[in-house]
Design a protein around this ligand. Structure first.
Ligand code: GRF
Length: 195
């Protein structure tokens, strides 16, 4: 089972995938890491000896998704994982890879998702909304933003003195558990194993 991870940021979720493969908790191979900008996520991949690509969307003369498609098609990837990837995946790509692209989002979707809801903004909105709980979600990517079928969620409490930064850190710890769990579920389903 071959996976590719797309990143734009620090890549702590990518690191959790790498660690889970290395300690044999995830039965797959990480064939490619693709960044849409220079970022620490790509540096982590290079450090781990993984095939890495920076497709800087600001200097790229061609369509970003078409370039990603070339890489993942060539490598016959079974699952594409958006782990803090900040570019929008276009419709053509989503349709071609339907059921094979997943995303992690730091809220309990469908709450606090959609255009403009990313990074610290999500946690600020959760606090503003006076929620008593937040969490994280892994879902299939469809042609909307944060709207595809939900695969797994973990709830995280919102505590009284939380700032957005503190809440973000508490949620991120759970993301590192949730993402490998969701990947494992998809791998098992691909092998026809019931859970
Ligand atoms: C995570 O909070 C993820 O849910 C969101 O972007 C952040 C990425 O963090 N989509 P990292 O780059 O994996 O550290």
């Amino acid at each position: 089972f071959k996976i590719a991870v797309l990143v734009s940021g620090s890549g702590t979720n990518l690191q959790s995938i790498i660690d889970n493969i290395n300690n044999k908790k995830l039965d797959c191979t990480l064939e490619a890491v693709i960044g849409d900008r220079d970022c620490f996520g790509v540096s982590r991949a290079i450090e781990a000896g993984i095939d890495s690509y920076t497709l800087n969307r600001k200097v790229l003369k061609t369509n970003l998704c078409r370039e990603i498609d070339k890489i993942v098609s060539n490598k016959k990837i079974d699952l594409i994982i958006l782990a803090g990837f900040l570019s929008i995946i276009d419709e053509e790509f989503v349709k071609k890879w339907k059921g094979k692209i997943i995303n992690i989002h730091p809220s309990l979707l469908p709450k606090y998702g959609g255009t403009g809801m990313y990074g610290i903004k999500v946690h600020e909105a959760v606090l503003k909304g006076n929620e008593s709980e937040s969490g994280c979600t892994v879902h299939f990517v469809d042609t909307g933003v944060d709207s595809g079928e939900i695969i797994e969620q973990i709830k995280v409490p919102v505590l009284e003195n939380d700032t957005a930064e503190i809440l973000q850190k508490r949620v991120l710890v759970q993301e590192h558990i949730l993402l490998p769990k969701a990947i494992e579920k998809i791998i098992k389903e691909s092998k026809g194993v019931c859970q």
